[in-house]
Design a binder for this molecule. Structure first.
Ligand code: UN1
Length: 504
């Protein structure tokens, strides 16, 4: 009998009003169940928002350094539990164990980062156009934050959003992915243990299509943060209306390899970017745009490297499974599309006949930029190699997609590197490094179809979860009118007055 996990509402572990549950299973071995979770209803969601509303006044008024102390304690607890949680990430989501541990490390990093922010949360002070007047901005929490998180970073992404929302003084309702509810529950338990007051963090498990609107459309929820597919992101934006909404909705990230690149280094970066996390990162490299002079040599080196990688259970192998059957089917479908549109398969292309959702490491070459495998997000271990003849063409091909999250260029030419930095249309560009591996103290997000221009993490994450208030302090003791009582107006008045005096 699988262990039953409940929702966390108002500091209590409670069952859903539906009386129904779903299971989370190990994608490397679907017979291994992690437990059963609540199939929640909009009524459960409403109760979670009620609880967040009750907890908000006290939490939002707690001095931010105090909130920071609690979140620093959460960082310590995460560190103490890193090994256990890293293994859980691998078991529930499938990624290779080093990456499972990295997922937890990213949560530790953000917890430490935001704990320090408790003593900053800077606004700015500035001048006034009037005498005896002081102007500044302060940061205020937005209110209740509704967070909808994906399965590919099942601890790190909930942590990015939760901890940023918390340090700013928001109370939170989290709807984690149905593929990884246990990782989210473990994170919430740690926040509770660290001393986050009851009701400040609430978790409601279940399907996004059942619960998403109840969270996003509730007028009490003032800020929504969503990471997931572009189609759902567009629905979230439409439903959220005038709320603050942070969106990260995928990528079609490319690595440009120029003819002067250190090819060994480039192969390392491509293998890590394309097949790390089994290609299931929003930042994953799914296109290599290669100068044709080095194409053959690069492909040979790449294939040599891939032959050495073992696909299997992430606890023991180099590359883990896809997250579920649907993901496996989607990858298989794209391989067929690639073949039917005339791309040449260099290696892989088939599901691996094992109990889990495994797929061969797959590389297509001589891919045309317009082919669907070069345009659409596959989210799996499928890489497209696109030959080009010049740097200018490489940048053009790189930008020829509806997404704009991450990109990279391998070159020894500093001029090309800086031109790439300037001309590539993505939120993140790496020079001589892969497309993955963003650090939490820098803004994360993209342009074009990747989102709505917002960034999470870093200082921009603070902006995501706080409002700017502008404050004017007038200590002149009289009514002073901006734009009207100006020096110029006074001079004009004086001038008019002196003219009058002359007349008299
Ligand atoms: C994601 O896939 O949505 O930069 C997040 C990276 C990770 C985060 C990826 N630190 O690859």
């Amino acid at each position: 009998m699988a262990q039953a996990y409940l929702n966390y509402i108002g500091g209590q572990w409670v069952p859903s009003s539906s009386g129904q549950t779903f299971e989370s299973r190990n994608p490397a071995n679907p017979a291994d169940s992690l437990g059963s979770f609540q199939k929640s209803t909009p009524k459960d969601m409403k109760e979670a928002i009620d609880a967040a509303e009750r907890a908000y006044p006290d939490w939002s008024r707690m001095p931010p350094p105090k909130r920071g102390e609690i979140l620093l304690k959460a960082a310590e607890l995460l560190r103490q539990n890193k090994h256990r949680l890293g293994q859980l990430v691998t078991r529930e989501m499938g990624k290779q164990i080093k990456e499972g541990l990295g997922d937890v490390q990213e949560a530790i990093d953000i917890a430490e980062y935001v704990a320090g922010e408790g003593r900053r949360l800077y606004g700015h002070t500035t001048t006034s156009e009037l005498p005896d007047k002081f102007c500044m901005t302060i940061r205020r929490p937005v209110g209740i934050a509704g967070l909808i998180t994906p399965w590919n970073f099942p601890i790190a992404i909930p942590a990015w959003k939760l901890l940023m929302a918390l340090i700013c003084g928001n109370s939170v309702v989290l709807k984690p992915s149905s593929d990884t509810p246990l990782c989210a529950i473990e994170l919430v338990k740690i926040l509770d243990q660290a001393g986050v007051p009851k009701g400040v963090v609430n978790l409601v498990a279940g399907s996004g299509s059942e619960l998403g609107d109840a969270l996003v459309m509730d007028p009490r929820v003032r800020v929504v943060s969503f990471t997931g597919s572009k189609a759902v992101a567009e629905h979230v934006i439409r439903s959220a209306g005038l709320k603050k909404v942070g969106i990260e909705s995928g990528g079609k990230n490319a690595i440009i390899v120029m003819d002067d690149a250190d090819l060994l280094l480039a192969v390392d970066g491509v293998v890590w970017g394309a097949f790390g996390t089994t290609g299931q990162r929003c930042t994953a490299c799914s296109r290599v745009i290669i100068h044709q002079k080095v194409q053959k040599a690069f492909e040979k080196m790449l294939l040599d490297r891939l032959r050495k990688l073992k696909v299997g259970d992430g606890m023991a192998c180099d590359v883990g499974p896809l997250v579920n059957q649907q993901a496996l089917d989607k990858v298989a479908k794209y391989v067929e599309i690639g073949k039917s549109q005339g791309a040449k398969l260099l290696c892989g292309g088939r599901p691996i006949k094992k109990a889990g959702y495994f797929f061969e490491l797959t590389v297509f070459t001589n891919v045309k930029p317009s082919m669907r495998i070069a345009q659409e997000e596959i989210f799996g271990p499928v890489l497209s190699i696109i030959p080009v003849v010049s740097f200018e063409e490489a940048v053009r091909v790189c930008n020829n997609t509806e997404y704009g999250l991450s990109s990279a260029i391998y070159t020894a030419d500093i001029n090309k590197a800086f031109k790439a930095m300037e001309h590539i249309e993505t939120g993140i560009t790496y020079l001589n490094s892969s497309t993955i591996g963003a650090e939490v103290h820098l803004p994360f997000g993209g342009v074009k179809g990747t989102g709505n221009g917002t960034r999470e993490a870093g200082i921009e994450g603070i902006h995501e979860f706080s409002e700017t208030k502008t404050v004017y302090v007038d200590y002149s003791g009289k009514l002073q009118k901006a734009q009207i009582d100006t020096v110029e107006a006074k001079r004009m008045a004086g001038h008019a007055g002196s003219k009058k005096r002359v007349k008299r």
